[in-house]
Each structure stands twice: as C-alpha cells, then as structure tokens.
Design a protein around this ligand. Structure first.
Ligand code: FAD
Ligand code: SF4
Length: 329
C-alpha cells in the first residue's frame, strides 16, 4: 500500500479546506470501499481526511420526511424502528446489503458513492479499463461480463452500479444535501450519478471537495406498502444480480401511483419510469405486472454472458410488485 497522510477534522469547513492542488485528497468515512481500493492500488489518494467526528450521524424522522446524516452507519438506519415501519423499502435495501460487520462500519454517504465491483476495474494488472485509465479501452466488453449492466451502458463502459440503498433513494425521490468550496446545494438523488457514455471515469456530479452532509427522504403514508427484493448468487452476503425497490399506492386493486427502481442491472441507480407509467390506472394483476416489467427492460443491451439478466430483471419486478400488493399495511 502506498504511504498517505491521515487527517481528522471536526467540521465540514475544515474538511473542505483540507483539499488543495498539491495532494490528491479523499474523504474517509467507514473506509470499506476507499481503503479496500487503496490496498488494491486502484485509488491512490496522497491524503485522506477522516470525516467521522463532525456530527453527521443523526437520523431525524418527521411527519412528512426523514433526514439521514451522511455518516449514519448502515446498520443504524436499517434498524431504526420508524423507518422500518413507514418505509420498509429503505430498511430492507440496507439490511440486504453487504455483511453485518460491514454495515456496522460503513456509512450512508460512503454506500451511495461506492465504486463498481467490475473485476477489471479492481485489478490493476488489466491495462484496459476506461474508468480507471481513461482512453485505455474496456476489458469487460470481450471478457467475462456476467455481472455487468444491461441498462445505461455505453461503448466505453458496462460496469454495474453495485449499491442497494441508492435504489431506495431514487425510488423515493430523495435529495442530497452537499457542501463544497462552491457552496451548499441540494441535488435530487436522481441527478447525482452520471451514466458512463464516453467518460466512465466521471461517476457523479460532485466536485472532489464536495462533502455530502445528508439525505432528505420524503415519507408518504403509502410508502408503508414498499419493499426491496434482491436476487443474488448467495444469501449470506453478495451484490445484486437483479433487484427491485417497489412502492405501491393502491385504490382497491387499482394502482394510483407506483415507484420502481432497479438494482444490479444498470450502470447507475435506475428508476423505471416507463414501468411506473404502465401500471398507473390499471389493476395490479400478473399480466399488468408483466407489461410493466417488459417496459422496464425494453432498452436493455445485454452482452455475451449477461443475457440472463434481462429475463431475471423482468421476473424480479413482477415478483416484487405482487409481493408489495399482498402486504398488509
Ligand atoms: C464484501 C463486501 C460486500 C458488499 N456488499 C454490498 C452489497 O451487497 N450492497 C451494497 O450496497 N454494498 C455492498 N458493499 C459495499 C459497502 O456497502 C460499501 O463499501 C460501504 O457502504 C461504503 O461506505 P464507507 O462508509 O465505508 O465508505 P468509504 O469507503 O469511507 O468511502 C467510499 C467513498 O465515498 C466517499 N465519501 C464517503 N463519505 C462521503 C461524504 N460524506 N461526502 C463525500 N464523499 C464521501 C469517499 O471519499 C470514498 O470515495 C460491500 C462491501 C464489501 C467489502
Ligand atoms: S466495464 Fe467499465 S469498469 Fe469494467 S473494465 Fe470496462 S471500463 Fe472498466
């Protein structure tokens, strides 16, 4: 591992001021992604700024929304009783992510900003990775791409966005509270991540010194009928092959509103607007769920080893919708 300078700061202003033009700098939260990738020599910050002691670890739940601090541990948000009761999708997206040990260490902001698990990105012995070395090519295109994305891909990169919590945030229309040398601003979560297109090395709209302070999550009464369904190779802990975050507002058997987001299938957190539109005003039966699932995957572009994800994605959506419809709320 390369040597680096470690600093701890107690305020957002001090953390932002630690960035300068001389040393490549990174914020350190739980470290479960950052330190991992530093050990693999994929990330090479010369200075890390520890942001764990600046009071960004509070959860506040009001009548119409919740505010989750950036440094809240995944395990603390997952087990919060009010969130569990009023937005099961949110708690489940965290409970099904990583392992118990990691969830006690890892933070919400770190989770949202975690990097892809593409094996060619994580192994520097592969020269071709446009995300790691812009312009070098993409080893996954003709390599083993079973875990890669089928939605939001480009000819430069097909890496899957690996997070689960981000799917709940995009489904719930959450907003990100950010501060940096450019000032403080609120970014819709849906606009935070950027699809790869020709510049896969650019993953978000954040500047290097932008610090996430927290997440504002609207909480509607109908979010009680919500869930996160995750399909993976093993149940103990594993990233999603396909996942669906679903919330339903039902009037009898008819859909008034629906929220659907997809994990494991896309290059960024993915909201399936076409599928939502296909359900509104319809009865929530299997045939209509199937129509919605077809709409969600209609733009899929599979590669050699991940064709199965298209049908798996459809089945995951149908199952999640039918399970949500059957919930007693
Ligand atoms: C074995 C294993 C299995 C996993 N399985 C899953 C899974 O199934 N689902 C899933 O969703 N995740 C999974 N993860 C990923 C894990 O959830 C993330 O590593 C973790 O959430 C990152 O949080 P952290 O606090 O440790 O972030 P860090 O590693 O500290 O930081 C990650 C990135 O975020 C930046 N950052 C952190 N906080 C801020 C902030 N406030 N403002 C700006 N930038 C910030 C850091 O600079 C860094 O670039 C897994 C990880 C491992 C190791
Ligand atoms: S899919 Fe993206 S991250 Fe993976 S090798 Fe290709 S460019 Fe790199």
């Amino acid at each position: 591992m390369r040597p680096f300078v470690y600093e701890r700061t107690n305020s957002p202003d001090a953390a932002i001021a630690a960035f300068d033009d001389v040393r490549a700098t990174a914020f350190l939260a739980g470290g479960t992604t950052l330190i991992d990738l530093m050990k693999l020599d994929v990330l090479r910050p010369e200075r890390v700024v520890d942001i764990n002691t600046m009071g960004l670890d509070r959860i506040e739940v009001g009548d119409s929304g919740a505010r989750l601090g950036a440094s809240v541990r995944m395990a603390d948000a997952e087990t919060h009783p009010e969130l569990r009761r009023r937005v099961p999708m949110l708690s489940e997206s965290l409970a099904l992510a990583a392992s118990t040990q990691i969830r006690h260490m890892a933070t919400l902001a770190g989770n949202v900003l975690q990097r892809t698990r593409c094996p060619y990105f994580r192994d520097v012995s592969w020269a071709a990775c446009n995300k790691r070395s812009p312009g070098s090519g993409c080893a996954a295109m003709k390599g083993f791409n079973r875990s890669h994305a089928v939605l939001g891909t480009s000819d430069a990169c097909i890496a899957t966005y690996p997070g689960d919590f981000g799917q709940a945030l995009i489904a719930l229309d959450a907003v990100v509270d950010v501060v940096g040398s450019g000032g403080r601003r609120r970014i819709p979560f849906a606009a935070l991540h950027v699809a790869p297109e020709r510049t896969p090395e650019v993953e978000t709209k954040l500047a290097p010194d932008d610090l996430i302070l927290g997440f504002e999550v609207p909480v509607e009464p109908w979010f009680r009928r919500s869930l996160y369904l995750k399909i993976r190779d093993r149940e103990s802990y594993e990233f999603a092959l396909a996942a669906a975050a679903v919330a339903l507002d039902l009037d009898g058997g008819m859909v008034r509103q629906a929220r659907i987001a997809l994990g494991g299938l896309a290059t960024v957190p993915w909201r399936a607007h076409e599928a939502e539109r296909a359900l509104v005003g319809r009865t929530l039966d299997e045939a209509n769920c199937q129509l919605a699932a077809e709409a969600a995957l209609s733009g899929a572009r599979p590669r050699q080893h991940n064709e199965f994800k298209v049908e798996l994605g459809r089945q995951t959506i149908v199952r999640a919708l039918l399970q949500a419809a059957a919930m007693e709320v």
